[in-house]
Write a protein that binds this ligand. Structure first.
Ligand SMILES: Cc1cc2nc3c(=O)[nH]c(=O)nc-3n(C[C@H](O)[C@H](O)[C@H](O)COP(=O)(O)OP(=O)(O)OC[C@H]3O[C@@H](n4cnc5c(N)ncnc54)[C@H](O)[C@@H]3O)c2cc1C
Length: 359
């Protein structure tokens, strides 16, 4: 068996694969373009306050996939944080997602669970919710005029006939008690793994690979943007330290009105309610998130899925498919939004597939 493999990209997809292949006896070289591992789940702890700052936006681990939950729990313990998101509209604060709490507060009614479906079946009620909570937020997120946002999307938004304000439906949730970076450090702490940071993988001239390569960088970059770059939305984060122990009383508030230019404000200390000293420290860190147009060279965050980008992606995928020994995966490689659990699930599947074929 060819014993050496290269994993290019030390995000959650690459680190999961590296670990499984190392445990199966392969010598794994992890190449990471950035100076640090962790991909977009990377955090930095503020030395003064002890607050874990999510460098590329808030990340909450949530899953209903037993194998994924079991896998991550081999490396870190989760703190049981349950994610709630509030929405600021017209000077008032509401609980998302769309459920009894929001509907009753917004319309000033006292619906029972049995009355919700009938109430929301009314066109005028759906339109009012769409205009207040979805139209402007979606417009800011995707850089489109509010009139361009398709009102029919509200029909696809699930309505909860309960007061459950837990943002995710997943059974397992939390933040690693020891911080996200420790998850990546522990995933790669194996005698068969060698990590090379500041080291970008490039296809050798002629494209011939002398060992299996698992690549999770951008698929268009791998081929020198031969057919042009795939389009993305990017984000700008405005981070501020404030002289109060608690600025907004929760981790995330969505700003759904058009007069506020950012989409959300994060307050990171709320992700670790178990850290009493951090919670009570008389300072906090907030971060306002702006969604903006992407230019080549910017950090890619959300793929822009349309017919044009699908056609471009198909061309790059065809090129990748012609290269023996190459597996392309992850959010950048597949040009898809994946939550962390789905990235791990995909990496576990890719590793299993490879091992079955090669043992
Ligand atoms: C704003 C935002 C918020 C999110 N919040 C959540 C959340 O709350 N919960 C959740 O489950 N998921 C969340 N996600 C999704 C999560 O970020 C992804 O699931 C995860 O980052 C995917 O990991 P990855 O390994 O595919 O990609 P990445 O994390 O992007 O890792 C890819 C790595 O490859 C490196 N690389 C690129 N090119 C090369 C090269 N040529 N050679 C070597 N290395 C290279 C990059 O530097 C990077 O480190 C969020 C995503 C966004 C955009």
């Amino acid at each position: 068996m060819e014993n050496r493999v290269i994993v290019a990209g030390a995000g959650i997809w690459g680190c999961t694969l590296a670990r499984i292949l190392a445990e199966a006896g392969y010598r794994v070289e992890v190449l990471e373009k950035r100076p640090v591992i962790g991909g977009n789940v990377r955090c930095e702890t503020d030395p003064e306050t002890g607050i874990e700052v999510h460098v590329y936006g808030s990340h909450i681990f949530h899953t209903h996939i037993p194998e994924v939950w079991e896998f991550v729990n081999r490396f870190v313990r989760f703190n049981g944080y349950q994610h709630k998101v509030l929405a600021r509209h017209g000077g008032k604060t509401y609980f998302l997602p769309l459920g009894l709490a929001l509907i009753n507060q917004f319309f000033g009614v006292e619906l029972t669970p049995g009355e919700v479906a009938g109430f929301m079946a009314e066109e005028s009620h759906r339109t009012a919710i769409f205009d207040a909570f979805f139209r402007n937020y979606t417009s800011k997120q995707w850089g489109k005029a509010p009139e361009e946002i398709d009102p029919s999307i509200i029909r696809r938004v699930p309505v909860r006939a309960t007061y459950d304000v837990n943002y995710f439906n997943d059974y397992h949730q939390g933040i690693p008690e020891s911080g996200y970076n420790s998850l990546f450090e522990r995933l790669l702490a194996h005698e068969n793994i060698e990590i090379k940071t500041n080291c970008a993988f490039e296809l050798p001239p002629g494209g011939k690979l002398d060992c299996p390569v698992f690549y999770s960088g951008p698929i268009d970059a791998l081929f020198g943007f031969k057919f042009g770059p795939l389009p993305w939305r990017t984000l700008r984060f405005e981070t501020e330290k404030l002289d109060v122990a608690d600025a907004q009383g929760t981790s995330v508030v969505n700003y759904v009105d058009s007069d506020v230019p950012y989409t959300r404000q994060h307050e990171y200390k709320h992700y670790h309610p178990e850290l009493k000293a951090v919670m009570e420290f008389p300072k906090t860190i907030v971060c306002r998130e702006y969604s903006t147009a992407w230019q080549p060279g910017d950090e890619p965050y959300y793929p822009v899925n349309n017919e044009e980008s699908a056609a471009l992606l198909a061309k790059y995928e065809a090129l990748a498919g012609e290269i023996p020994n190459l597996t392309v995966g992850g959010r950048l490689g597949q040009y898809r939004y994946f939550d962390m659990d789905k990235s791990i699930e995909a990496a576990l599947a890719a590793a299993k597939n490879f091992l079955e074929k090669n043992q």
